[in-house]
Design a protein around this ligand. Structure first.
Ligand SMILES: Cc1cc2nc3c(=O)[nH]c(=O)nc-3n(C[C@H](O)[C@H](O)[C@H](O)COP(=O)(O)OP(=O)(O)OC[C@H]3O[C@@H](n4cnc5c(N)ncnc54)[C@H](O)[C@@H]3O)c2cc1C
Length: 485
């Protein structure tokens, strides 16, 4: 049987859902999702969505984004992000999405690190991602094929014809005139991370296996404040807005040591805070805490209900108790190389959008809350391009339904070893010797008999390590201790 659509979207996060929502009245769409639709980073997003508060603020938002990106952003991509932000957000509001407002119905903005002003919209207090995801899912009319993992792209002669998927124990092809990769980042490659369990870099690995370039893969962002003392794979994030609204980072003696590293203290860019916490813990052996005592209890519960509840389940009474924190992997600035319309370089009919893609918008370091915005703005763009594209025409192109071996015994052990290698050697603080060591072990693993899914993880990990080795000087989120290793 040949299954075909005009557009096949890989992923049910903000980027994938918004692409589908924009196109479904004009095109036949299928969305595939590796797990339940909500098991994505969008669903777990807490803080909010950055948006310029006025026309004048567009320039300041651009400046803040470029500064956070440490001179490594593509200025054209940043201009698109910030100048089209208000339109994308208004589109969302017009469709009925409700951001948090005051009693008079005025939008409430909060502030996050490295933003010059309060320009972060939020919903449900600290449940912006969950509210946004639910809203988009309710609006979506197109079918979603759940528990469906893309295991390959159907590419021939520089054109993409669809995807191969694993679903319900069988492997088959789905054909489409255009494929949009909206598969998110790479979180599960790292031992400590804040990402959904579905985010394991398969699509990045698939791209590499077809010689599709990834770019800036050394640029991996670590969130400064996660609660890692739990057995859950996805570590509980403690949103940046906590610090934006007054939470302090202290050691066990109550000392605000961040000022030793940067005069902005808690409001420094997140790579600076992550590194400072990591370094301080290593040097002093002291535990580091988030001190929320400046918050009034009922206000805290109302403003941060998810964090309050999730930490209560783990035995913490907030804001009265300090929470031990550690940095954890959070966001991939690097990704599949695309142009400003999200077209993947070198392959026709293939697009990438959201965290999976790299337009250069985040440079070497993403400004907080710019990623949900990226998902919205750039999926609006990709949809505009696809609206004008041809529909599916019965192509003669048929690909074999190859039975790949996805997993074999022993993969899990190697997968956990890989996570530990990536955390220790390709993490927050890197050096040449350790990166070399990591590369040798990853190359060794690639030579072992392993399943395809582990191979894809290894290919992406190797790319991160190689990119880190190639960048000899620290930049943004990529930090080499004692330059040149
Ligand atoms: C805890 C947390 C808090 C955050 N808070 C904020 C915030 O406040 N503001 C902000 O701007 N950003 C925030 N971020 C970042 C932001 O949430 C993500 O960058 C953004 O949601 C990514 O959206 P996306 O659509 O690109 O990918 P995702 O939302 O991650 O969706 C990826 C989708 O792809 C699917 N998928 C992956 N691989 C395959 C495959 N092989 N086959 C089929 N499907 C596949 C997944 O199942 C999933 O449906 C946060 C991230 C986390 C983890």
């Amino acid at each position: 049987m040949k299954i075909f659509y005009d557009v096949l979207v890989v992923g049910t996060g903000v980027a994938g859902l918004n692409t589908a929502l924009n196109l479904e009245d004009s095109h036949s769409i299928l969305v595939v999702s590796k797990d339940y639709a909500w098991e994505c980073n969008t669903f777990y997003a807490q803080g909010g969505i950055a948006v310029p508060i006025s026309d004048e603020d567009v320039f300041v938002h651009i400046k803040d984004t470029l500064e956070a990106g440490d001179g490594h952003c593509n200025p054209d991509a940043v201009e698109i992000l910030c100048s089209e932000a208000r339109q994308s957000i208004q589109g969302l509001i017009d469709k009925g999405f409700q951001f948090d407002c005051d009693e008079k119905g005025k939008l409430l903005y909060t502030r996050e690190a490295a933003h010059s002003c309060s320009r972060i919209l939020h919903a449900g207090g600290d449940a912006t991602g969950r509210f946004l995801h639910l809203f988009m899912m309710k609006k979506l009319k197109s079918p979603i094929l759940y528990n469906t993992q893309v295991t390959d792209l159907l590419i021939s002669d520089g054109k993409c014809f669809g995807v191969r998927v694993s679903h319900g124990g069988s492997i088959f092809n789905i054909y489409a005139k255009n494929v949009v990769i909206a598969s998110g980042g790479v979180g599960s490659l790292y031992e400590y991370h804040t990402n959904a369990r579905t985010i394991s870099a398969d699509m990045h690995g698939i791209c590499l296996s077809h010689s599709i370039p990834l770019i800036d893969m050394e640029m991996m962002q670590f969130h400064p404040t996660a609660f890692v003392q739990s057995s859950a794979v996805r570590k509980q994030l403690l949103s940046e807005s906590l610090r934006g609204e007054g939470a302090k980072v202290v050691d066990k003696d109550g000392r605000r040591f961040l000022f030793d590293y940067d005069s902005r203290g808690e409001l420094s860019a997140r790579n600076i805070v992550s590194r400072a916490i990591f370094d301080y813990k290593q040097r002093t052996g002291k535990e580091v805490y988030l001190d929320l005592s400046g918050f009034e209890s009922s206000h805290f519960r109302e403003r941060f209900p998810s964090i309050y509840y999730n930490m209560k389940v783990m035995g913490y009474d907030l804001p009265n108790q300090k929470i031990p924190v550690s940095p954890a992997f959070h966001y991939a600035m690097g990704g599949i190389k695309t142009d400003l319309n999200c077209a993947v370089e070198g392959v026709e009919n293939l697009f990438a959008v959201g965290e999976a893609a790299n337009t250069g918008v985040h440079g070497a370091n993403r400004l907080a809350s710019n990623s949900l915005l990226e998902g919205l703005v750039f999926s609006d763009k990709v949809a505009k391009v696809l609206k004008k594209s041809q529909k599916y025409s019965h192509s003669d192109m048929l690909f074999c339904e190859k039975e790949d071996i996805l997993m074999i015994e022993g993969d899990k052990l190697l997968k956990n070893e890989l996570r530990s290698i990536m955390w220790k050697y390709a993490g927050i603080i890197r050096n040449g010797k350790e990166l070399e060591k990591a590369l040798i072990r990853v190359e060794d693993m690639l030579r072992l008999p392993i399943g395809k899914l582990l191979r894809l993880r290894l290919l992406t990990s190797r790319e991160i390590i190689k990119s880190a080795l190639n960048r000899k000087v620290s930049l943004g989120a990529h930090y080499i201790r004692g330059e040149n290793g």
